[in-house]
Design a protein around this ligand. Structure first.
Ligand code: TXA
Ligand code: MG
Length: 323
């Protein structure tokens, strides 16, 4: 691990310094309610290029533009009228909306698309940083491309240490999985990535919402790589009700609720003792980081119900398991 500087995200002096780093074209890792982001000035294409370099992320995978409120979003993109009630209801929060791109957004941010993904994060430090920088912050999750996303400052330091100018430590992320991405292309609402805002909540506002996640790799939807969010340790999602037999000596178990046969495994991570899917999402990446650090032969994940945040959890597990 390198000796990157980590500052308290709730310290106004650290926020002012981080904002200056952004304005100077540098990279700041910062907390959001979903996962930690790796931020740069969204209007500075050279700064944004450093994000791709640091993450070793392919340039075909577009970034999310983070703004402080719906009003500021208008500088960067035009949302369809149908999306406007969602801004009132879900921003700040774990919902990213795909808008028609406006000129201030450089092409590198959107990977050349004529649409731009925008969100208002629900974390006081993220909002303070964006406001202090005085401009939108483009940010992907602050992990190496394809790997498990960070929900703590330490996760960022581990994967990206030397490549960021400053890490703001705001404690563990409350939601724990990335934002839900919603597009209106073709005139109807479609979830492109399951995330922190459950589709049921979108449906309550919009009526029927299409869900196009977890489908095979579709180059037409950037960033929907089949293999993603991966541990270095091979991971498999057990079929419902099934358990790995044989010797479990070098196998780690990821389970929603406590397992009766826990002693068979080298390590076990329980996502929520009471089976609460929100709590499970908040703990998911930390649990994966922990199991991955143990040098196990395999990680077996037991499936969770695909409702509410369970949809996002299962999406991440399937992608982590894909080869
Ligand atoms: O919760 C989150 O969304 C976190 C925090 C840091 O805000 N960010 C995040 O960014 O997850 P990232 O880069 O890991 O994922 C961004 C994804 C892309 O991979 C792509 O799937 C989608 O957003 N995306 C970005 N721009 C898009 C566009 N114009 N159309 C469709 N999808 C887009
Ligand atoms: Mg990511």
């Amino acid at each position: 691990m390198s000796s990157v500087r980590i500052a308290d995200a709730f310290d106004p002096i650290a926020i002012a310094e981080a904002a200056q780093v952004i304005r100077d074209g540098g990279l700041v890792a910062f907390p959001t309610e979903t996962v930690y982001g790796l931020g740069a000035d969204a209007e500075n294409p050279v700064a944004v290029a450093r994000i791709f370099e640091a993450k070793r992320r392919p340039l075909i995978d577009p970034l999310i533009v983070h703004v402080a409120d719906a009003e500021s979003a208008r500088r960067y993109g035009t949302l369809p009228a149908a999306a406007l009630p969602l801004c009132d209801r879900f921003w700040p929060g774990p919902l990213t909306l795909v808008a028609a791109k406006s000129p201030p957004v450089p092409a590198i941010v959107t990977a050349g698309l004529d649409t731009v993904a925008i969100r208002v994060p629900a974390h006081p430090a993220a909002l303070a940083l964006i406001r202090a920088a005085g401009r939108a912050v483009a940010a992907p999750s602050a992990n190496l491309f394809g790997r498990v996303s960070p929900t703590e400052a330490g996760h960022v330091a581990e994967q990206l240490g030397g490549a960021v100018d400053l890490i703001l430590d705001g404690g563990p992320s409350a939601v724990g999985v990335e934002s839900t991405i919603l597009s209106f292309e073709g005139g109807r609402p479609v979830v492109l990535r399951a995330g922190g805002t459950p589709p049921e909540e979108l449906q309550a506002v919009l009526g029927p919402v299409g869900i196009e996640v977890g489908t095979a790799f579709r180059p037409s939807v950037p960033g929907q790589m089949k293999r993603h969010y991966s541990t270095r340790t091979p991971l498999e999602v057990a079929a419902s009700g099934a358990r790995p037999e044989a010797s479990c000596a070098r196998i780690g178990l990821l389970t929603l609720t406590p397992a009766a046969d826990a002693s068979k495994y080298a390590a076990i991570e329980v996502l929520s003792p009471s089976g609460d899917l929100r709590e499970a999402a908040a703990n998911l990446y930390r649990a994966l980081h922990r199991l991955d650090a143990l040098g196990l032969e395999r990680i077996v994940a037991l499936p969770v119900p695909e409702e509410g945040l369970g949809l996002a959890i299962m999406d991440r597990l399937r992608r982590a398991a894909a080869s």
